[in-house]
Structures are given as C-alpha cells and as structure tokens.
Design a protein around this ligand. Sequence first.
Ligand code: GDD
Ligand code: MN
Length: 373
Amino acid sequence: MTAQEDYQSEIKFSLVIPTYQESQTISSLIASVTNCLDQVLFQQYEVIIIDDNSPDLTWEIAKKLQKCYPQLQVICRQGKRGLSTAVLDGWKVAKGDVLGVIDADLQHPPQVLKQLWQEIEKGADLAIATRYKKGGKVEHWSVTRQVLSKGAHWLGLIFIPDVISGVSDPMSGYFLVRRCCLEYSFLRPVGYKILLEVLGKGKIEKVAEVGYCFQARLRGKSKVSYQQSLDYLHHLFRLRLALFPTQKFFRFAIVGILGIGVDLGSFWLLQQFNFNLTSSAILSTEIAIIHNFFWNDRWTFHEITQTQKQLKQQLRRGLSFNIICGAGLVINGLIVGGLSEQFGVNQYLAKLSAILLVMLWNFYLNLKFSWQW
Ligand code: GDD
Ligand code: MN
C-alpha cells in the first residue's frame, strides 16, 4: 500500500481550500493546517485544494507539496469559476463523512480547526467559525468593508430570516458540516457565500459556533469586488425562491378559491332563509373560513398536522387561522378604501391588489403561526 492509499482508507474529514492567486501563503497554510489536524485526527483526514488555474501557479506549488503531504490533493480547474463552486467541486471528490472549508490566505487561523472538529465530535451537524461570538473579532477591516458586511447581514435578515437568524456569522467561509446533512440537498450557490446554501438547504439540527479572529491579509490580494455584492443579491433572491413552499402555496390558493364559492353559496342560502344582509355576509364569511381551515389542515399542511391530531391542537390552529383571516378581511377593506378613496385608484384594481396582498398575508402568517412551519 502506498502512503497515499494508506491515508485514503480511513478518511473521516475532508477539508477543501479554494485558491486563486495564493502562491505566497499556500505552503505555510498547508504546513499549519496539517499540523493542527494531525493533533486531533492523526492521519484520518484529507486536504483538497481547488485552484482556478491561478496565473501565479498556486496549483503548481501545491502539487509540489504533495511529496511531503500524502493527504494533499490538488485539483486545477480551467478558468476562474468562483469560490462557492470550487468548494462544491472539492466536496464532490471528498471521501470524509465530515466536510470543511477554509480560506487559503491565512485570514482564517488554522488552529481553530481543532475546536471546530471537537464540536463535530460532540455531536454538532455544523460547526461555524464566527467573528461575532465570544473570542471572535475582525482585524484591520476598512470602514467601507465593515459597513458592507453589516449591510449584507441586514439584507440577509430581511430576505431569508428563517435561514440566518439562528447564527451569528452566516457569511463565514470557515466551517465544518456533516456530509449526511447535505445528502439530498441540491446546492446551487452564486458567488462567495456557500454557508447560506448549507444553512438554507441542509438538514441541519445542531449548530455550534466557535469564535475566531479574522486576521488581516498579510500576503496577496482579496478577490472581493463589486461583483460579489451583485452575486450576493442574486443568491438571496434565488435562495428565497428555492425555499418558498410552492406546493403549499398553490394548495392554499386552490382552497382559497373554493372558499369564495362556499362564501357566495352560503350567502345565497342564508338570504333564502330571510337572514338580513349584514348577518348573511358575516355568517357566510365565517362558514368560508371554517371550510378553508378544514381543507388547509387536512390537505395543504397535512404533513405538519399528521403528528398534531389532538383536539386541543386542532382548536388552537383553527382559532389562530380565524384570527389571521379575520385581520386579513379588515386589511382588505383598508387597502380598497385607501387605494380608491385616497389615491384615486380604479376600484377593481384596488380590490385585485387587496386580494393578492391579503392572500400573501394569510398564507405567510398562517404558515408561521397556525401551522408553525
Ligand atoms: N478556486 C477559487 N476560485 N478560489 C477563490 C476564488 C475563485 O474564483 N475567489 C476567491 N477564492 C479563494 C481565495 O483564494 C481565498 O482562499 C478564499 O477564496 C477567500 O477569498 P478572499 O478574496 O480572500 O475573500 P475575503 O477575505 O474577502 O473573504 C473571505 O472570508 C470571509 C470571512 O470568513 C471569504 O471566504 C468569505 O466568504 C468569508 O465570509
Ligand atoms: Mn481573504
């Protein structure tokens, strides 16, 4: 058995290092990374460099290092194809049950790998090195970069709060994740922020965070440009769309449309029984709300309700649905009145806008509160 095969037979952890123009740091990074990993994983790990054909020949230097480090693999892709896809390509060839990523420019201190690994051993699915928890900080960042970073975080909180609100540094490019958590997830990152995909699409139960100091870049140049900001926006939109529960939304809309029929039908029936106009209108609306709740509970959200069948739980959902839809009716009236009376918008256009907005309101709030998705 060659030394390389010996390594490959018992790999627990695969660390991917994306590189572009990092010839000045790659040697000391590999020395430091392997030294740290040897302490916690002995020889049961591999390091995979994914270089995008760097003009400074980073990949060639890395290939020469393979003689000293049998656990090192080097892949050189043609053309500069981006940080996130480099990480994914590395994970594709990785053999470990745990996958990791670290920058090549020494801004991510390799010593932290030991703590990250220990968190995985303690049971975490995802261990993130964070700049914003105890022990974490950023060294020498320009004010512009700090503002951009904070702005990006806030944008993320607006677009994908469900994905990132639980972690302090969702933009981190330094983390470890169990392969099984990503098994059936279709990761399609754009740009730099691969962790957003992992958080959004992975089946992650337990997250651990380890504070670290994001060091100043001493060698080489950052590849960050305005393009990354555009990529980030693109990524946020794409992730939001991908995570939107489309099937549930369509079912909810179908039930809503049937509900209009139920509303009109029962209104007509109540009129036949000589109910006055106001009570017919109120009663028929309530009948439609109950009808909609029935089908949403049994059809739209059935995989959630399967495990919550107790009468008390059903009543709680029903009450919550009623309150949210009731508030929706009030909002509907306010929008129609506001748009047509205050802004002179055509009545039917105002009504159509109100229906669409209230449908989104009803869907989103019921999703979150009634069925607690
Ligand atoms: N293969 C490949 N292709 N690697 C790339 C590319 C590319 O197109 N662009 C950048 N890299 C590599 C760099 O060589 C470096 O190892 C790493 O990706 C990060 O690139 P930097 O340009 O140094 O990024 P940064 O310092 O601004 O930000 C990094 O650190 C942040 C804090 O943890 C990124 O990793 C961010 O994602 C991270 O949030
Ligand atoms: Mn960097």
